[in-house]
Design a protein around this ligand. Structure first.
Ligand code: DAH
Length: 357
């Protein structure tokens, strides 16, 4: 194309665009539509940009004049865009202001889902409430514990398997994550004057992981120290506790067992809460393994060596005091109460699971 022709073509294209751009901008009903239209003209592949690209082919003498025309149109387009944009924004604002009032505080149409208490928390609160009614006070203690409070003063021999690296989580400074809430017995007995009756809910840790064990779980310890406490007191508290937690008439039985910090020690079973001990031809159900009984806790009379360890440097005569202690796993109690088959369900916190309680 001859250069003069090119100049004319460009001129015509510029004139066409000058006429067209404002009506195009005004036709845009939304900010996005306006921006899109603007990009079609001024963008990298825009119409004006395309014209500008032809400039290189124009005669050097006329380039400057054409360039100026392109630039001045570019400015007109930019100004036009800005003014249309502020028009659009103003109109939107006016529409907003003249619209009917909108009450932000009205409740939504969909019901708001509510959180649920975790089954372990429910059970913990229930157990704590029962013991408080029976006169026990809550005693709290740390989860990172000295070996003495977790093991030694409770009468664990130094080579007891629980003290092994394989069974417990030790810190580099020689402390450990407490493996049970029995550490609270030591903490209370070494700091408080007897008599006393405490309950201690808390988190405990062991290297254990399967369908019924989790490396982190929860226990409640209860203990009572006074003059002339007997096994009968312990049994009375246990019977009362079982009835209040699982309902009137819940039978309790004790089996002799061993724990280093009690003598005698026992494990406590309640009559199976699912089958009540009898169903059909065979006694029991799967949950009580067809025995009709379910184990819920360990207990016993506090071992003299525990009194000795905690009282000897404090001028308290260990001979004058006796007491009982008991400890239970809260996950186990919750699993039994709600028929939960796998302990992992208690830690995954799936709302569909939690919403059932
Ligand atoms: N500390 C024991 C455990 O974690 C539970 C226990 C058993 C606590 C007997 C007691 C008790 O107070 O007397 O397995």
């Amino acid at each position: 194309m001859a250069e003069t022709d090119l100049g004319k073509t460009i001129d015509r294209a510029l004139a066409d665009l000058r006429e067209a751009f404002l009506p195009r901008f005004r036709a845009a009903a939304t900010e996005q539509a306006l921006r899109d239209e603007n990009a079609k003209i001024l963008g990298k592949k825009g119409e004006l940009t395309a014209i500008l690209k032809q400039l290189g082919q124009a005669a050097p003498a006329s380039r400057k004049a054409i360039g100026e025309k392109v630039n001045s149109l570019k400015q007109e387009v930019e100004t036009g865009f800005e003014s249309c944009l502020s028009d659009l924004k103003r109109k939107a604002r006016e529409a907003e202001l003249s619209a009917p009032a909108f009450d932000l505080t009205l409740p939504g149409r969909m019901p708001i889902p509510r959180g649920h208490e975790h089954p372990v928390s429910i059970v913990r609160e229930d157990v704590v409430a029962i013991f408080r009614q029976l006169g026990f006070a809550v005693f709290d203690g740390p989860e990172i514990e000295h070996e003495e409070n977790n093991f030694t003063h409770l009468g664990f021999p130094p080579d007891h398997p629980a003290t092994d690296m394989q069974d417990s989580f030790w810190t580099t400074s020689g402390k450990l994550l407490r493996t049970h809430t029995s550490n609270i017995q030591i903490r209370a007995l070494s700091t408080i004057e007897p008599p006393m009756a405490f309950i201690a809910p808390g988190t405990v840790y062991r290297r254990d992981d399967d369908a019924t064990h989790s490396p982190m779980f929860h226990q409640i310890e209860a203990f009572l120290v006074d003059r002339s406490v007997t096994f009968a007191h312990l049994k009375g508290i246990l019977a009362e506790f079982a009835e209040r937690l699982y309902g009137p008439g819940t039978p309790v039985r004790l089996r002799p067992s061993y724990f280093p910090f009690v003598e005698p020690g026992a494990e406590v079973d309640i009559g199976c809460v699912f089958c009540k001990g009898a169903s059909g031809v065979r006694v029991g159900c799967n949950l009580c393994k067809h025995t009709g009984w379910i184990e819920i806790l360990g207990c016993g009379m506090i071992h003299p060596v525990v009194f000795e360890n905690c009282f000897k440097d404090r001028g308290i005569d260990p001979e004058k005091w006796s007491g009982f202690a008991l400890g239970m796993g809260l996950e186990r109690i919750a699993m039994l109460r709600y028929g939960i088959p796998n302990i992992k369900l208690l830690f995954e916190n799936d709302p569909r699971f939690l919403a059932q309680f």
